[in-house]
Design a protein around this ligand. Sequence first.
Ligand code: NAP
Length: 307
Amino acid sequence: MYDLIIVGSGPAGLSAAVYGKRAGFNVLVLEKNSMSGGQVLNTYEVDNYLGLPGMNGFDMGMTFRKHADDMGVTFVNKEMTRITDAGKYKVVTVSGGKEEQIYETKTVILATGASHAALQVPGEDRLRGRGVSYCATCDGAFFKEGTVAVVGGGDVAVEDAIFLARFCKKVYLIHRRDTLRAAKSLQDKLFSCENVEVIWDSVVEEICGQEQVEGARVKHLKEEQQVLSLDGVFIAVGLYPNTEIFKEVVACDEKGYVIAGEECTTNVPGIYVAGDVRTKKVRQIATAVADGANAVVSAEKYINSFV
Ligand code: NAP
């Protein structure tokens, strides 16, 4: 019987693992991928995490993992396929080889993260982290005085374009329709930015460049195709939480995020949630790491309530 099983090994999961060990728990981390770090691994450089400025995303993932390893955390490279609430304890089923394997634990922290929707166009994957980004807050500063495009028409795309307009020379907002989905107040701000140009009714067909983004081939749905010269492309076409496996077990909002506040408690006693997978305003490494700590403190209170 574990004290704590953490599902996911991004910043939230690894932070929870370190705090869990510090609390004297018998901790197991389940990780689906062969490497820890989560979305950080796909980030070329992280410049907004306190104390580690300009660190390569891969190195940051490895640094976080080493901290957990040094604390003696046990990692298992297996995917959770089911979680069952058996009252005072939880049963976590994982896939592995021919047979399923079962772990019992007093508490679980769900830290499975969220994934950015992709455009699925040529060049996107190859140039990810080389000018293609899914996070303007994280990567925008690398494009000072540059020319960038944001793809999408929702709140995130419009907020990203406004944010980037503060320090980029030129920002294109490329949207597939002739009206934005974003809130009116955001649209008003966007239209007041002199260096933002909205390209309506248009889709990106290819992101071009050898080593780095150099441009994008954009198809106007009613007119000619055009090629834009760009330093960066920010894709903001939606985010989806990785909650498929447990959305019937814990309460989620209409978009699929696990409903939880700063204490990271779900509607099920003994099951906690940390990081991008929970309802929250700001999804950043710093907020994920904070969640890891909060979730363990909540789990500790729960375990102590039985003593
Ligand atoms: P979203 O509201 O779902 O918007 C996604 C945008 O991407 C839409 O404009 C959509 O176009 C476009 N899109 C989707 N797939 C595409 C594709 N394959 N190619 C081109 N364009 C594509 O998602 P979001 O902007 O990430 O926001 C997520 C949620 O967070 C929303 O509920 C939002 O309201 C909320 N949020 C709120 C705030 C705030 O209150 N300040 C800030 C950020 C986010 P269509 O419009 O044509 O569908």
